[in-house]
Design a protein around this ligand. Structure first.
Ligand code: ZN
Length: 427
């Protein structure tokens, strides 16, 4: 019996201890980028060495955060030193920090009796059950729509929330989605909390948000990647599509480079094994095609599209090639109002929100959801980068109760301002 127990324990230990072994001795570095040429160097290192940029810095203002494998570390740090770029160690062993993150989650969950779905990191099935329950509880306000299956066959669902069943064209539509990038776990709770505040816990002062605006909320764009980030690889970013004509070695595409706008031109890697591989062609991924279809189905009325990511406390608007839209001033105004209200509630560990054209202040991109929605005619299209609180993608769960509340305030402000602009558009 003792022997059996020992064998059993050894197995359990191996499974738990081994889950993050792929990241053993990977390290994460803060990089003090000074200007655009430093940012360009990082982009080149991403392309040539394959380092994983967790956060693009802003020259002279914010550090970049970069993860490197043990094999990449030497060349990476040498390149920084040769160019006189200061850097410091942020995480010495990524595997160890992922194990700590998992322990945090386990102790958080065991200490809580009434677990709210949006104060945690719910799996796909839990989110699905929540949306089904909401739709069943509020049949007069909610329609649950199945956009279709993901590459691996998980249904990608969204809620339509409306007091008039989406029939009143005088109301603008606010469309938000989350979890396009699998490892950005904090994003789905924000979408779920928005559903909660519009329906289950609507406050009298927010009644206008339900009465005057129709909502489309899609909490998990990339369910395959999200589940994979729970079961196999916590830092997985891409979709999980397999295309043997593209690669026999690596799977998945960066969904936020896969939209049909300047496709495969800026901020992308031609290597299917890299994090920013845009795919073989625009909308090669069913997941991004569903977002395109939703945008077109409701296009004349979608006033604001909020594509939610993490991390870094940024609100970005188009275009990723450093050009601005004719309504850039209004875009900046609504984005700034959203950032400002969230800043009033910020925790000390978070940065202030920075609102800008991402191509101008950070790095050029192409094929993003934000740019695509803007280009086809959504007046206010944003990428919202939620806080990381210094933890990157693995934010401890006890931050979530605050983060969802803070972000909801930003969403509410942007919705009200977008509504004002919508009325101007038609009057
Ligand atoms: Zn992202």
């Amino acid at each position: 019996m003792l022997k059996f127990l020992l064998v059993f324990c050894a197995c359990v230990y191996t499974v738990t201890a081994g889950k993050h072994d792929a990241y053993r001795s990977y390290s994460v570095h803060n990089v003090q980028v000074r200007d655009m040429s430093d940012l360009q160097l990082l982009q080149d290192l991403q392309l040539n060495l394959g380092v994983d940029i967790w956060e693009h810095g802003m020259g002279g203002v914010r550090d970049a955060v970069v993860m490197v494998s043990p094999e990449q570390a030497r060349s990476f740090l040498e390149a920084l030193d040769e160019n006189g770029i200061a850097h410091s160690l942020h995480i010495a062993d990524v595997a160890k920090s992922l194990e700590e993150h998992e322990n945090d989650l386990a102790s958080y969950r065991s200490s809580r009796q009434n677990r709210m779905i949006f104060n945690d990191y719910p799996r796909y099935a839990e989110v699905d059950a929540y949306m089904e329950r909401i739709a069943a509880t509020y049949p007069n306000l909610v329609t649950l729509v199945n956009a279709g299956p993901s590459f691996e066959g998980r249904d990608i669902k969204y809620l339509k929330i409306s007091t008039t069943n989406f029939t009143d064209a005088s109301k603008p539509i606010y469309f938000m989605d989350a979890m396009m990038h699998a490892r950005e776990w904090v994003t789905t709770p924000v979408a779920l909390y928005s559903i909660h505040r519009l329906l289950e816990n609507r406050r009298p002062e927010d009644q206008d948000l339900l009465d005057d605006i129709d909502w489309i909320i899609l909490p998990i764009v990339n369910p395959d990647g999200y589940e994979f980030s729970h079961t196999d690889d916590r830092l997985w970013r891409k979709t999980r599509s397999v295309n043997l004509n593209v690669s026999t070695e690596c799977v998945g595409v960066d969904a936020n480079r896969n939209f049909d706008i300047a496709f495969n031109t800026l901020g992308v890697s031609p290597n299917p094994c890299e994090e920013t591989f845009p795919g073989p062609y625009a909308f090669s991924e069913v997941e991004t095609a569903y977002i395109r279809d939703i945008l077109f189905e409701y296009l004349p009325r979608i006033q604001l599209y909020n594509n939610i990511h993490s991390h870094g406390n940024y609100i970005f608007f188009g275009f990723g090639n450093r050009t601005l839209t004719p309504n850039a001033v209004h875009l900046h105004h609504v984005g700034s109002a959203m950032g400002a209200i969230m800043d009033t509630m910020k925790l000390f560990q978070a940065r202030f929100y920075l609102v800008a054209n991402s191509g101008i202040v950070l790095y050029p991109t192409s094929g993003t959801a934000q740019d695509y929605a803007q280009e086809i005619g959504v007046p206010f299209s944003y990428t919202l980068e939620l806080p990381g609180y210094g933890y990157g993608f693995t934010v401890p769960p006890w931050f979530m109760a605050h983060m969802v509340k803070e972000t909801w305030e930003g969403i509410a402000v942007s919705a009200r301002l977008a509504r004002i602009h919508y009325r101007r558009r038609f009057n």
